[in-house]
Design a protein around this ligand. Sequence first.
Ligand code: PTJ
Length: 246
Amino acid sequence: MIPKNHPRYESLILRDKVKNAFIEGYLADTGMIAHGRGETFDYLIGEETVDSAYKAIEAAVALILLADNSVLSVNGNVTALAIDEIIELARETDSQIEINLFYRTEKRVDKIAELFKDHGYDNILGTNDDDLYYFDKINNPRATASLRGIYIADVILVPLEDGDRAELLKNAGKKIICIDLNPLSRTSEMSDISIVDNVVRAIPLMSKIAHEYKNKDKRFLENIVENFNNEENLKKSLNSFKIQKL
Ligand code: PTJ
């Protein structure tokens, strides 16, 4: 039990969620290592949504709302940290949700699908019964895509994606939006829009902005996307890292 008045309460709660998800069997063991790495970057940006991340979030929401088929990809870490928030974002943006695991096992996929069901979302894609295709004919679990989801999607949100898979999706002609606290990761570098923020802050903020943007006209959204430069924005994100005591 973590006392509410602990100065690092929020951070410890997230750690607990990740640990429990591992014990429940749906978070990869290395997902805990990835979380630790994320914690470090988060600390250095002050555990807040910096201006450049906010700009990227606005552009990301505009791009998703302009898409013909948008998919929100989920893995073990996103399920553990932001299951209700990602369901809300799917509803606000009319996107589909697809399970997409780096360390894919039938057991983990079933558990994640069951959790989404328990949280009121029945139509998750990428399950063991789904029609899964392989990009570039690479018969590798990392290359799976649902025929009704990622395979035909034009815009994909990949929170916490590994670089190889991001590259695979990019080469398949998709527009990629990532949420990754590391602005230097291959995923951040190769995405069309890189949100350098924690998924626990970025995803709810995306829903809030989507709620506001979804009644705007197409030109408004296109303007936001056209005026966004990912390379420049990533440099700004990098500049917001500093050594400070929280
Ligand atoms: O559930 P699976 O099988 O798909 O596996 C998921 C992991 C995360 C283990 C897998 O995708 C992986 O190994 O990822 P990487 O290559 O370690 O990359 C994770 C990236 O996410 C790193 O750059 C971390 O800094 C970043 N990160 C970690 N936690 C968060 C985060 N970014 C945003 N929000 C977080 N909470």
